[in-house]
Every structure is written in structure tokens, then in C-alpha cells.
Unconditional design. Structure first.
Length: 456
């Protein structure tokens, strides 16, 4: 383990209440900081642009354009994100560190070409009435974002959490500053600020990679060779990202809930605002998830598999397995407890928060449902991560497909059912995959020794 695992252990070793608070606060900032910085950056751009130019329409167009860029780039690069991270992890396990940098160049080249072709075709066909500058900046931002997602998940895989947070702070600082200076140029000025900030962020990610790895080769396509990328991870990355967005897309394009913003792009204020606020409530659960996974569970996991590789006694292996099961269960239970508290806080303070932000009370019931759904999503992430550690790729893929299908079907059913059911589709889908995931995780732990020895 490197990075945050060592840091958290050092903090928790003090064994005081203050050290526990420090560890969870540190984990919360590291795990959710980049995402929070991204959202705050876009909000600051919106607020300052409206106050200076008085044009709320161009700000809405900018924010929706960026939202679609983020969604589509995440889904498209989902095909390579997890699979390439696993490729890098395998090479590091083989002590072939010199393979990392040239293959990183290779995957960035592949992503750049694919994103440029797809982005150019899509944006120039779908936005014929927009200015050429707008379309060029959209394509450029689409390509840069695709590279950022691959680079970010790569740095996450090698535990460079602090670096990611610093780079996002710099990138979105540039975004806000340049966009603020270019407000008078309309949506094109705002998009230029976004593109430039993301480009700086990408340069930082690439620079950090160059700093950590060296190689006599500049390019390599080894990651594309047969057997180097796992098919399950390729499809899992796509289906998981698609599952997170399918309910939003349905709300955007359902006649009664969506409204046109720019070109073919629509938004759904009745759904977008509550789900945005609900996602802010998962920061404590994410902190707990990171602490438990990077300390207790990783230690027990290492004891179990090291014992098998080193020929330890059966009693030792069984005890190590029992410890791993206990920490996994305690970790998931802790996430549930923390998010239950967050749900109660949101239910208690929901009306006040909506009133303070000037949001209609019509959003109140949807906010409560979305907070529960987002809390369950953290549990689902914990389950998926446990399957990743156990190398149960097929099980994780089936859960991601189930999440995508159930979220789409249930969200559509609730849209047809009327406003009182809004949000229950997403919540029902997450609840379903959590229940199925917990059942499959329990079965996996029961057969863990048998399957591990059979694969040796």
C-alpha cells in the first residue's frame, strides 16, 4: 500500500478521538474533494457571470453543455478506465514499472483519437446553429475530459489521492479565473475558461505520471494485446457509468420534466437540483468507505492471500479469512449507520436548506428520496470495491448491468406514474443492487478458501 493508506494508519495510530476525527476528515476531503471542487467551480462561474453580465440564459447553456460533456466523456471512457488501471496494477505487481509510462502514453493517444473522432462527428452534426468557436471548444473540452478521466482513475489506482486533489484545485482555479475574465464573450468565453482549466489539469496529471515513472520507451501498445485487458472490466466501466446517468437522461428528455437549453441539450430542474443536493450528503459515507477499505480491510486481505502464497497453516488462513469477512461487514455497516444519520439530518433540515437556497418546496419530497438513494449508492460502491479486491470481476459486471437495466426501467416506470413517484426509480434500482450485492458477497466469502485454492 502507498499514499493514503500509510497516512491514515499514522493518524489512527495516535488512538485518540481527535485522531479518529482527523482520519475521517482527511479521507472525506481526499475522496470527495475533487468532485466538490468541480461543482463549486461551476457554481462560482455561474454566480459571478450572472452578477456581472446579467445573462442567466448563457450561464445555463454553459452549465448544461459542461454537464453533457462530463456525462458522455465518462460513459465513453468507461470502456478503458478500469481495465487500464488493472493492467497497470498487474505490471507493478510483476515489478515491471518501466512498462507504465509508455503504455500510459499509448492509452492517452487512443483516447484522444477516439474522443476527437466521436466528438467532432457528434458536435458538428448536432449543433449546426451554434458558432464555430462553440463547437471547436466543445470538441476540445470533450477530448481533454476523456484524458482526464483515464489519468485520474490511473492516479487513484496508484493511490495518488492528494495529488489529484491539488491538481483539481489548480485546474478549477484556472477555470474560474479565466471564465470570469472572459464573461463578456458569452458562452464561448465561459467554455474557453473551462477548456483551459481542464487542459492545465491534464498537464498536471501527465507531469505527475512522468515524475513517478520512467522508461527507455516512449510509446507502447502492450495494453491492447490479448489477455492484457479484462473483458469484464471493459464492460463494467461502461455499464456503471451509464447506470449513473440513465435516470438523468430520462428525466431530461421526458416531455413533462425536461426543457430545451441549447441545441439538442435539455435539462430537468425538477430532478437535477434535488439529486445534486443529495450527492453532497454522501461525503461522510465516502470518508468511512475510504478509511475502512484502505486500512482494516486491506490489512486482512493481505494477511489472507500472503498466507496462502507463503504456505501458512490452515488455521492461520481461516483466521485471516474470518478477519477479512468481519472487517468487510463492519465497514459496510458503518457506512449504513453514517448515511442513516445523514438522511435524518437532511430530512430535518431539508425545508430550511431549500428555503435558504430559494428552491421551491415542491422539491422537498424528491430531495428526501434522492438522499436515501445516494446513501445506498455509497454502500453499493463498498460492495463493488470488495469484489474488486477479491477479483470477482464477473460478479461486479453483473451487478453493474443490473444497476443499468433496473435504473432505466424503474425510472421510466416512475415517470409514467406521475410526479409523486419521481426519484423512486433510482432509489429502487440502487436498493436492488445493494440487496443482490450483499447476497452475492456473502456467498463469495463462504466459498473463498475453496475457490482460492482451486485457482492456485
Amino acid at each position: 500500500m502507498a499514499g493514503i493508506g500509510f497516512e491514515l494508519r499514522n493518524i489512527l495510530r495516535k488512538d485518540t478521538y481527535w485522531s479518529v476525527l482527523q482520519a475521517y476528515g482527511y479521507a472525506g476531503i481526499i475522496s470527495s474533494g475533487p468532485w466538490i471542487l468541480s461543482i463549486l467551480g461551476l457554481l462560482v462561474i455561474g454566480l459571478t457571470s450572472v452578477s456581472s453580465s446579467g445573462s442567466g440564459n448563457q450561464v445555463a447553456q454553459f452549465q448544461i453543455s459542461v454537464t453533457y460533456l462530463i456525462a458522455t466523456s465518462l460513459i465513453l471512457t468507461g470502456f478503458i478506465q478500469l481495465s487500464f488501471t488493472r493492467f497497470v496494477a498487474d505490471r507493478l505487481f510483476e515489478k515491471r514499472d518501466e512498462c507504465v509510462l509508455p503504455n500510459f502514453h499509448g492509452v492517452l493517444s487512443l483516447v484522444t483519437v477516439v474522443m476527437a473522432v466521436v466528438g467532432t462527428i457528434g458536435i458538428f452534426l448536432l449543433f449546426p446553429s451554434q458558432s464555430l468557436t462553440y463547437r471547436i471548444l466543445m470538441v476540445g473540452s470533450f477530448v481533454v475530459l476523456g484524458n482526464i478521466w483515464v489519468g485520474t482513475i490511473f492516479l487513484s489506482g496508484i493511490k495518488q489521492y492528494q495529488a489529484i486533489l491539488v491538481l483539481f484545485a489548480i485546474g478549477y482555479g484556472v477555470t474560474v479565473g479565466v471564465a470570469r475574465l472572459c464573461t463578456s464573450y458569452g458562452i464561448e468565453g465561459l467554455l474557453f475558461g473551462f477548456f483551459l482549466g481542464q487542459f492545465v489539469l491534464l498537464l498536471g496529471i501527465m507531469g505527475l505520471t512522468f515524475h513517478h515513472y520512467s522508461s527507455p520507451d516512449f510509446w507502447s501498445w502492450e495494453f491492447l494485446k490479448k489477455g492484457k485487458l479484462f473483458r469484464e472490466l471493459i464492460w463494467l466501466g461502461f455499464f456503471y457509468n451509464a447506470a449513473l446517468w440513465v435516470d438523468k437522461v430520462l428525466f431530461w428528455y421526458f416531455p413533462h420534466t425536461g426543457q430545451w437549453i441549447i441545441g439538442p441539450l435539455k435539462s430537468s430542474p425538477i430532478y437535477d437540483l434535488p439529486i445534486f443536493l443529495a450527492y453532497l450528503a454522501i461525503l461522510p459515507g465516502m470518508a468511512s468507505f475510504l478509511v475502512r477499505m484502505e486500512t482494516d480491510f486491506v490489512d486482512r486481505h493481505a494477511e489472507f492471500y500472503d498466507g496462502i502464497r507463503n504456505g501458512a497453516s490452515l488455521d492461520y488462513i481461516e483466521e485471516a479469512k474470518s478477519g477479512m469477512v468481519r472487517t468487510a461487514r463492519h465497514g459496510l455497516l458503518e457506512i449504513m449507520k453514517i448515511q442513516c444519520v445523514m438522511c435524518l439530518i437532511c430530512w430535518w433540515g431539508g425545508p430550511t436548506m431549500l428555503s435558504w437556497m430559494g428552491i421551491s418546496m415542491l422539491y422537498e419530497s424528491l430531495l428526501y428520496v434522492d438522499v436515501v438513494a445516494a446513501s445506498l449508492l455509497v454502500v453499493f460502491l463498498g460492495i463493488l470495491n470488495t469484489f474488486f479486491y477479491l477479483d470477482k470481476r464477473a460478479l461486479a459486471l453483473r451487478l453493474a448491468i443490473l444497476f443499468f437495466v433496473s435504473n432505466g426501467l424503474l425510472t421510466f416506470a416512475t415517470l409514467m406514474g406521475g410526479m409523486t413517484l419521481y426519484g423512486f426509480g433510482f432509489a429502487g434500482a440502487v436498493l436492488l443492487v445493494v440487496v443482490v450485492g450483499l447476497y452475492q458477497l456473502d456467498k463469495t466469502f463462504q466459498k473463498l478458501e475453496f475457490e482460492t485454492f482451486m485457482l492456485q
